[in-house]
Design a protein around this ligand. Structure first.
Ligand code: ACO
Length: 318
């Protein structure tokens, strides 16, 4: 049997940091409000001429180096993003060109907002298990700053920009045990950018009913971790690290409590990164690996919820 294993990871964060104190100079908010409600202290914001593909490229190059591969070894590229450079070609095709790959395998984008990285990893896992690909580059990248209404204090304090990348390769043992993907479009109104190509509107900014999203996220994350472990035949006690989507420290804490997992076993980067949508999980994963907390052989539970609503999880032995 063939499984998918994590070969290497990488990340990119823009240079510009915006602290809560700086935001409080332009909107009616405070460092205390933002920290106590979300755990966020600061966020990174892309430069005016810096795009999602620019960030994805840097993260991908790091992951390729960490995997001791060359770009030509990759036969699948999936970019999870809600903020693509262009309507088309996909950011994955633009990235493939930047990496100098000619006549490559499939390259496409996945749009599942904050669950995008989990969706992309699940798809790549199916490709690898079936033999359709052997080495897949998955990138979660978002330039949320470009779709924020910087005068709306209920959203602009929450989000940041960045990119995280993971290379999955075919292996004889897990690797990924299980992925779970879900969606329910009936919740579309609770979190959306209410403009698009075929239905354009003057408001192309993130709009969110925060407290409803919060309640849904806490409940569904609790259910999802139970479902994931049950399908894979593991107990909560087997999990070495929880690597959740980084939207709000209170949602993360509630999920860890449900698992009975001490907060020392949870990778939390929301304080420094804010909510980077599709980038948040691979950024957190790379952070935990590079600072030496996550070690080879450990069991990692990744989970996310995002606009749609979409939600999903991935259980993997690193
Ligand atoms: N500073 C100060 N006051 C604020 C701010 C702010 N930045 N934002 C809102 N407020 C005010 C509101 O206006 C409201 O005032 P009012 O009572 O006078 O009307 C009050 O604070 C309470 O607002 P709530 O929205 O009820 O605050 P809540 O405690 O729910 O916290 C928050 C808001 C942090 C957004 C929370 O609901 C949350 O985290 N929700 C989930 C958000 C999330 O995770 N989104 C992403 C998930 S999916 C994805 O990642 C795409």
């Amino acid at each position: 049997m063939t499984f998918s294993a994590i070969l290497g990871t990488g990340r990119y964060l823009p240079q510009r940091v915006i602290t809560n104190a700086e935001l409080a100079r332009t909107v009616d908010t405070s460092d205390e409000w933002i920290r106590s409600r979300t755990g966020i202290r600061q966020r990174y914001v892309a430069a005016e001429n810096e795009s999602t593909c620019d960030m994805a490229e840097q993260a991908a190059l790091q992951a390729i180096t960490a995997s001791a591969l060359a770009p030509a070894d990759l036969d699948l590229i999936i970019v999870a993003t809600s903020t693509p450079d262009l309507i088309y070609p996909s950011t994955a095709c633009l990235l493939q060109k930047r990496l100098g790959i000619r006549n490559g395998g499939a390259a496409f984008d996945v749009q599942a907002v904050c669950s995008g990285f989990i969706y992309a990893a699940s798809i790549a896992d199916q490709f690898i298990r079936s033999g359709a690909a052997r080495r897949a580059l998955i990138v979660g990248a978002d330039a949320n700053s470009k779709i924020l209404d910087w005068t709306d204090r209920s959203t602009c304090v929450l989000f940041g920009d960045g990119a995280g990348a993971v290379i999955l390769g075919a292996a004889e043992s897990p690797g990924i045990y299980v992925t779970r993907l879900h969606a329910d479009g009936h919740y579309a109104d609770l979190l959306q950018v209410p403009s698009g190509v075929s239905r354009p509107s003057a408001d192309a900014h993130i709009r969110m009913h925060g407290s409803e999203v919060f309640k849904f996220a806490v409940n569904i994350m609790g259910e999802l971790v139970g479902e994931t472990l049950g399908v894979a035949g593991f107990d909560a006690a087997d999990v070495d690290w929880l690597i959740p989507h980084q939207a709000n420290e209170r949602i993360i804490t509630a999920t860890a409590r449900k698992l009975g997992l001490a907060l020392e076993r949870v990778i939390i980067t929301v304080g420094e990164h804010g909510n980077t949508s599709a980038a948040s999980i691979p950024l957190a994963l790379d952070t935990g690996i590079r600072d030496g907390r996550i070690k080879r052989g450990e069991l990692l539970l990744l989970e996310a919820v995002g606009g749609g609503f979409t939600w999903g999880s991935l259980l993997v032995r690193y």
